[in-house]
Design a protein around this ligand. Sequence first.
Ligand code: MLT
Ligand code: ZN
Length: 489
Amino acid sequence: MDTKDNNTPDYAAFLVAARQLLGPRGLTQDAELIEPWLTDWRGVYTGAALAMASPGTVEEVAALVRLCAAHGVSLVPQGGNSGMSGGATPDTSGHQIILSLRRMHAIRTIDAEARQVTCEAGVILQNLHEAVAEQGLRFPLTLGGKGSATIGGLISTNAGGTQVLRHGTMRAQVLGLEAILADGSRFDALVPLKKDNRGFDLKQVLIGSEGTLGIITAATLQLAPAPAGRRVLWVGVASLQMARAFLLHCDAMAGMALEGFEIIPAYSLAAVLHHLPGSRAPLDTDHTWHVLVELVAGTETMAGLQDLAEQVLATAFEAGLIENATIAASESQAEAFWLLRESISAAERARGPAVQHDVSVAVEQMPAFIDTVAPRVESAFPGTKVIAYGHLGDGNVHLHVLSPAGSVQGEWQKTTGKKISALIYDCVAEWGGSISAEHGIGQAKLAELARLTDPVRLGMMRAVKHALDPGNILNPGKLVPLAPDQAKP
Ligand code: MLT
Ligand code: ZN
């Protein structure tokens, strides 16, 4: 390692070499250019950076990582910076490099016959949706941040979104992967093989590893045929138990056509309507819970899908499962329904500090879990409000706790918010659930993962990290709670 003395990297020498390698377009220390990338999307974490590197090719990424390894300088990979757990925010030392993959945004190939796309890490999800749609294809994973989230970020956090019910998380979409490892070598496994039983599925080790084991530079993804169309339903229900019963009903009647089932509490709908100028509620707002259902035509015709949607609702009414419902009359109305759902986070962010928990328990236990945890938190922390929304169909809700009026952003989360999270995660552990269903660990849940993970699992995580990144240069301080003797200062 090239260091000034035994411990301190020679940052000046590193910067000279990095500048030589990447040129002015590929490396900047301009504070104004770097500043927007130092704070996470939620505005909870703000770090500092020695520089921001923006390589344009996989070879440049490899050379940069080699240089970092030689100098003992650590890297924080970043895509759209829309993560929810602070995983792409550098620490406050000012000694880390932000490695932006945003310049690597080429869609290398679309194979319409094989229904596969190979693209670079910096491709924005929405751009991918549009590019494959032009070929009559669809990339089914979608989420609220699709206008900024990048494929590399989505893979490295194993993102979920709103179509997981039918299509699975990012893990299920990745057929092949290209990544640069901590020594600068290239893991080249872009070729999609339907069967490959050579032992460990190494690409799956990298997926969801949040940049701690390698830098994802490109991927081959599975596509689906573009559907003939969809029907989007907005439904009012009286309770979470009823929402769950309605989910079972939809599943039984619609089967593979059921792609999304999202719950929205009355509070969040009101917040979104307030936040989005000109927006309107699809239904009367007198319901305690709202449900957004998406049915997508597979083998059905659009007329058949419309019939199916009407029958699902008519029989649910007869069975007393739902209070009121409407079907979006056009694609633009369907978009408007989804916009309400996808704006919950932004509406909440505009309102003030909150702590977010992205938890899962067994689907059938979710209503009882929320009904138990919410009052427990609100009575232990007066002035707070618990809201739960999201992917009931996946047994995953976003359990957010809004701060009392007057709380200070950042500070409240790091003090009272921490205590609230500990209480909630204890409950999740009691119910046998996961403290991170889809947003990953990042820095936000690192300590809680260490506290609540059994020693065997923790030991395996540490062993994998140590084997692949012995110098701890790849996104240190994220995801893997290292033992004190493994973590470098
Ligand atoms: C969502 O489903 O809207 C996001 O994953 C949740 C969030 O912003 O917490
Ligand atoms: Zn979500």
